[in-house]
Design a protein around this ligand. Structure first.
Ligand code: HEM
Length: 214
């Protein structure tokens, strides 16, 4: 049987120092602080300031070492890939590589759709993000407004992307090349790209305020 020392707190009095008759300091450890079995998770003495990963949250923890769930971490990182890939793909169209532009945009569309679906399932049925965001010092102030700003971009982005892809597939030949629909596609393509960029930036800000700040 292992004897395990609980660090930093006890149920029956403080861990402290006394001075013995020989004037040699001795550390006093109350009996209740020596427990059998595994250590309990370490918790802050101040209940209002629980450090990031010391509390058990519902759902699966992420891998970035923040309070976020695994799906939040995946989406957070995926946006770092989506933005440059999208910029590269638009550049392909500018240089006349329309087929590659089409393939990359369709792949991005499918990846984003799957990510959004998994994310929604996770948020609805597994992870209560508010529990994970509560230790943030911004929880009562900036977290909710930053989420609304993020949703202001994220929700229209989904529909604009579906619209741009569906119309491009319908109006351009296969393999794609410029035609009378080009001007409309360029206009909506730019709006779709700007919306996606703003979705990513506002998502990163929300992630920081809710799951990183402490
Ligand atoms: C959400 C997905 C998409 C976005 C955000 C997007 C964005 C863009 C943008 C911004 C341009 C203009 C580039 C420039 O400044 O010259 C462009 C051009 C083009 N895109 Fe897309 N695109 C998407 C999907 C597609 C798809 C699925 C196809 C093919 C079916 C396609 C075919 C083209 C073609 C042919 C052009 C050249 C138009 C021209 O300059 O005449 N795009 N796209």
């Amino acid at each position: 049987m292992h004897r395990t020392l609980r660090r930093g707190h006890s149920n029956s009095g403080p861990i402290g120092m006394i001075v013995t008759p020989g004037n040699r300091p001795a550390i006093v450890i109350p009996r209740a602080a020596i427990a059998d079995g595994p250590c309990e998770p370490r918790r802050s003495l101040n209940p209002d300031r629980q450090p990031a990963m010391e509390t058990t949250f519902p759902g699966i923890n992420g891998f970035l070492g923040t309070r976020a769930s695994i799906m939040l971490d995946i989406v957070f990182l995926a946006m770092f890939a989506v933005v440059p890939v999208m910029a590269w793909s638009i550049n392909l169209a500018k240089r006349g590589q329309y087929q590659l532009h089409k393939t990359v945009q369709l792949l991005l569309g499918v990846v984003l759709l799957v990510a959004v679906l998994l994310f929604e399932l996770d948020m609805r049925f597994v992870t209560d993000w508010t529990v994970r965001a509560q230790p943030s010092p911004h929880y009562g102030s900036l977290v909710k407004p930053s989420l609304y700003v993020h949703l202001f971009f994220a929700i229209p982005t989904t529909f604009i992307w579906i619209y741009v892809i569906a119309m491009a597939l319908r109006k351009f030949a296969s393999p794609p090349r410029p035609n009378e629909y080009s001007a409309t596609h360029r206009r909506w393509g730019k709006i779709a790209a700007i919306e996606m960029f703003m979705t990513a930036v506002t998502g990163w800000i929300f992630y920081y305020l809710a799951f990183v700040a402490s």
